[in-house]
Design a protein around this ligand. Structure first.
Ligand code: NAD
Ligand code: IPM
Ligand code: MN
Length: 367
């Protein structure tokens, strides 16, 4: 079977971190015989500059055909004043919605070498390995009605939280399936105390559990308390399943448990295609980081680890994914650090490319 990849570097640090991933993809081709048929295209502000839209129709069509899409990041101050409909972020949201990527897997793993970089105490985060499953194609991100309207002589901004039973059912199944391969525990988070959509969410998750996954331990938590528990004692969790907006917030919180937002990968998965592989997009959790863009300071690990997730979930190469994850872990254990992972004044960080070099050397050493 051929392996097709669409690479969308995007904006800001997106192209910088993706350049390192491209070298790693080439390494797997040359040294592991894993051939990828790669196409590169534009998304976000970069696409707007050329096409006047943050995602061209031809790019969308290509994304629907390939085995996996790899995305860097979108957005930046240059595009802040654009009309909402053509903002860079709309390009990413269109990809997620039209590919129907309903299950967003956001693992937060604390590598031992980074346990002192979290703002929390070492014993709270060391050995942490949790998986947030964020619903990605519905909820308040997409619910109607939405917009800014005139009402009684003033403007009103409206977004609607909306979930159907089938949308909750399918993301709950994804979470339970993952839990079975990990610690066998799921904690579902919503606000059933104040939102009807939360009441339905809790009911459906419980029903899916009782009917099909009774062997998995299930608990429910209000999302605000969930945020508190993530900071208090995150190791109580294995898989967390939650909606689109709560998942966005909770995964940024979880990022800081690992030491840096520059470490967090993600996989967004949909239904299986004709070849049995799921529709899939892989991207770091971080954004375009305009404050450090163009300076060689970006940590490429989140993007590299996103490619590792692609190896595992799209290309059935779990062993090669582990090889890549171990290479990143080894480099960090050796003390190689980009600037976001430095605390000591005067310590010398490596550049984005320097981190890529070190990961490639660790891959060579793994053979
Ligand atoms: P951000 O993630 O871009 O940056 C937050 C902070 O983390 C910054 O200080 C940045 O320097 C740092 N950071 C992020 N990634 C890093 C990395 N790999 N290495 C080192 N440091 C890193 O979030 P923001 O500043 O809130 O948003 C900036 C832009 O990115 C906005 O336009 C936003 O909409 C967009 N954004 C895009 C995505 C995406 O493409 N998936 C995700 C989040 C934000
Ligand atoms: C993320 C980002 C996106 C989101 C934006 C850029 C659309 O914050 O992927 O976490 O809100 O989902
Ligand atoms: Mn986010």
């Amino acid at each position: 079977m051929t392996n097709t990849l669409l690479i969308l570097p995007g904006d800001g640090i997106g192209p910088e971190v993706m350049a390192e991933v491209t070298r790693i993809i080439d390494w797997f081709g040359a040294r592991r015989g894993l051939r990828f048929d790669v196409t590169e295209d534009l998304v976000g502000g970069a696409a707007y500059d050329v096409h006047g839209v943050p995602l061209a129709d031809a790019t969308m069509a290509k994304a629907q055909e390939v085995d996996a899409v790899l995305l860097g990041a979108v957005g930046g101050p240059k595009y802040d004043a654009l009309d909402f409909s053509v903002k860079p972020e709309r390009g990413l949201l269109r990809l997620r919605k039209e590919m129907d990527l309903f299950a967003n897997l956001r693992p937060a793993q604390c590598f031992d070498a980074l346990a002192d970089f979290s703002s929390l105490k070492r014993e709270v985060v060391a050995g942490l390995d949790i998986m947030i499953v964020r619903e990605l194609t519905s909820g308040v991100y997409f619910g109607e009605p939405r917009g800014i309207f005139e009402e009684n002589g003033e403007r009103v901004g409206i977004n609607t939280q909306r979930y159907t039973e089938s949308e909750i059912d399918r993301v709950a199944r994804a979470a339970f399936e993952l839990a079975r391969k990990r610690g066998n525990k799921v904690c579902s988070m919503e606000k059933a105390n104040v939102m009807e959509s939360g009441i339905l969410w809790r009911e459906v998750v419980q029903k899916v559990h009782d009917e099909s996954y009774a062997d998995v331990e299930l608990s429910h938590m209000y999302a605000d308390a969930g945020g508190m528990q993530l900071c208090r004692w995150p190791k109580q969790f294995d898989v967390i399943v939650t909606d689109n907006l709560f998942g966005d917030l909770l995964s940024d919180v979880a990022a800081m448990l690992t030491g840096s937002l520059g470490m967090l990968p993600s996989a967004s998965l949909g239904a299986p295609m004709a070849n049995g592989r799921p529709k899939a997009l892989y991207e770091p959790v971080h954004g375009s980081a305009p404050d450090i863009a163009g300076q060689g300071k970006a940590n490429p690990c989140a993007c590299v680890l996103s490619f590792a997730m692609a190896l595992r979930y799209s290309f059935d190469q779990g062993d090669e994914a582990t090889r890549l994850e171990r290479a990143v872990e080894k480099v960090l254990a050796d003390g190689v650090r980009t600037a976001d992972l430095m605390q000591a004044e005067g310590a010398k960080p490596v550049t984005t490319t320097g981190m890529g070099d070190a990961i490639l050397a660790a891959l060579d050493a793994s053979l």
